[in-house]
Design a protein around this ligand. Structure first.
Ligand code: DON
Length: 581
């Protein structure tokens, strides 16, 4: 499709966004039509999957300021179709040098909001360094071309969609507290109060456009030093935060070894720690394969029970062991070893739900844990779509799965003055007090305590599944937002495709189930299960909580037999899948 025909094509395809139609060339899935269009434009200009994914990531920073941005960070897996090699890049934020273990604790208690709202919540951003590093290592096009759609979007403006509305509404008080964020993301009413912009209102971000132009010309240096860096540090410090220009100057991305496993003959590569997601994906799929070697029938209540129990145990391991491997000994290899997965599977009662608290320190499975036997149980509001995923597979079989975030909706709600850079609140992904739940209700332990320079534990799980016929060829690129629910979303999409032989469009649409060990409840989304199946799970002792919906899976599938690509954007959000005919 010619680039000039793109706008019309985007309109046309937007009407059929969820139909996973076949493409002969590259295909992309993102949470925003503009980001998917930018990715497709890069492919049309001769760029590869990395050029497309990075262009989409920069556009996402402009059009979805509530999900991700240049003030955030993330993870990417990049597969080279020619060499068959896959690399992982960790460009997540790190704790500033002056961060301390107890910075969010007063009088022995975590102060609510301190690690999520405002300047003290801000960790050192990694997105710009990460996106440019990906481009340098794997891309074909220059930054000026790849950043152009994002710059244009920032200048032209974005219209306020229902998603923008609900996200800004959820963070209204937080945004109102920051004058710069209010100026950009809210409007003044006639009475002088700061309110949500009306639906359809156009928001322009000229300061962000200038910052992106500087990055396009000057590279990461234009962000991590000079005017932008100074504005970030000054803004954060003026509000009582601890981030400095030295922190920004010292920021480095970290190459990681992808975590490898398999499911029913398919090789899987996923994100290793500091992501906790990849370990959970391999543990749960491994346990399911062990317990159901013959495969899993769609919505079979017995298999659903086994899935929930495997997830419960994976999240216990997560709480106990996972954190930044550069700071503590994270036993990743053991956790995904066949022996450990067999133990995990073997400890499941096929007929009865295990009480989560019985898996805590007094039981042999959790000895040595730093968690107390009765951790505070916080039930989070599950719908917090403030992260975004981009999947691309190009015509040459290069693939990218990239998940990026500013953590909470609109991050910390702090915009660095004059730069348009909305800063993250990724510090909340640390254990503010080991054993005390964070905004997602996740309880993490000692390995995830705050230390300067450390990466907070993450749920982000960009994942590649390879074809059975050729384990060097990517069959599925997938990932999602959803905080603690990210790994279970990824697991279910993979299982739907591999076990159910489901087309990728349907696999991302399907209702979902999630457990995270604490709170001890099984979340079922509104289309997740019909009453009879729910009743059989309840009879096994699962405490069910109906949740409206969560996640936003973005996936590209290659049919190993025909080589055709199919892309799918989750109907739960405003995204779009596109491809080259
Ligand atoms: O890295 C993490 O696990 C979180 N900061 C991700 C946040 C998220 O996905 C919120 N989304 N819905």
């Amino acid at each position: 499709m010619a680039v000039r025909g793109l706008a019309a094509a985007v309109l046309l395809l937007a009407c059929a966004a969820q139909a996973a139609r076949p493409y002969r060339g590259g295909a992309v899935a993102t949470a925003y039509p503009q980001a998917s269009a930018a990715a497709l434009e890069m492919l049309e200009k001769g760029g590869n999957a990395t050029d497309a994914a990075v262009a989409a990531a920069f556009v996402a920073a402009v059009v979805g300021p509530y999900h991700s941005g240049v003030g955030g960070g993330g993870f990417a897996l990049v597969h080279d179709g020619k060499s068959g090699e896959t690399k992982a890049l960790d460009f997540r934020e790190v704790a500033p040098k002056a961060a301390t273990r107890d910075m969010y604790v007063k009088d022995g208690k975590v102060v609510p909001g301190l690690s999520t709202d405002g300047p003290l919540a801000v960790a050192v951003p990694g997105a710009v360094a990460g996106y440019l590093q990906l481009l340098k290592e794997h891309g074909k096009l220059p930054p000026s071309v790849v950043l152009a759609p994002a710059i244009a979007a920032a200048r032209k403006g974005i219209w306020v969609t229902p998603r923008y509305h609900s996200m800004a509404n959820g963070r209204l008080e937080c945004l109102r507290r920051d004058a710069e964020a209010s100026r950009i993301f809210l409007v003044k009413s006639e009475g002088g109060t700061l309110e949500l912009p009306p639906l359809g209102h156009v928001l322009k971000q000229p300061d962000l456009a200038r910052t992106l132009e500087a990055v396009a010309k000057g590279g990461a240096r234009a962000f991590y030093s000079g005017r932008v860096a100074k504005a970030i540090a000054d803004t954060v410090q003026a509000g009582g935060g601890v981030l400095t220009v030295e922190d920004l100057a010292a920021y480095k991305t970290r190459p990681r070894q992808p975590l490898e496993g398999g499911y029913r003959g398919h090789r899987i590569l996923t994100m290793p720690p500091p992501s906790a997601g990849g370990v959970a994906v391999l543990q749960v799929l491994g346990a399911l394969e062990k317990l159901r070697p013959q495969g899993i029938a769609f919505k079979d209540p017995e298999a659903l029970h086994l899935y929930v129990e495997a997830v419960r145990r994976a999240y216990v391991d997560r709480a106990k062991y996972l954190g930044d491997p550069d700071f503590s000994d994270v036993p990743t290899a053991r956790l995904v070893s066949p022996g450990h997965i067999a133990d995990l599977a073997g400890s499941i009662d096929p007929k009865k739900a295990t009480a989560s608290l019985s898996l805590l320190p007094q039981s042999p499975r959790t000895q040595g844990s730093t968690l107390t036997d009765k951790p505070a149980v916080h039930t989070p509001e599950p719908e917090k779509k403030n992260t975004t995923h981009i999947s691309v597979i190009d015509k040459d079989g290069n693939a990218v799965a990239l998940t990026t975030t500013i953590n909470y909706g609109f991050g910390s709600c702090v915009v660095a003055k004059g730069t348009g850079v909305l800063l993250n609140d990724e510090m909340d992904d640390f254990a503010a007090q080991p054993g005390v739940p964070n905004a997602y209700g996740l309880v993490t332990g000692e390995p995830n305590a705050i230390q300067p320079g450390k990466v907070p534990q993450s749920s982000m799980t960009p994942t590649l599944v390879f074809s059975k016929e050729d384990p060097r060829k990517v069959m599925l690129a997938v990932g999602s937002p959803g905080g603690s629910t990210i790994p279970t979303t990824v697991i279910q999409v993979i299982s739907h495709v591999v076990d159910g032989g489901m087309d990728v469009g349907r696999a991302v649409n399907e209702g979902r189930l999630h457990h995270q060990y604490l709170p001890d409840e099984l979340w079922v989304d509104k289309w997740g299960l019909e009453p009879a199946t729910l009743a059989t799970l309840e009879a096994r002792g699962h405490k069910i909580r109906r949740v409206d919906q969560w996640g936003d899976a973005e996936a590209v599938f290659v049919d190993p037999k025909t080589g055709l690509r199919y892309s799918a954007s989750d109907p739960r959000n405003e995204g779009m899948s596109l491809g080259q005919d």
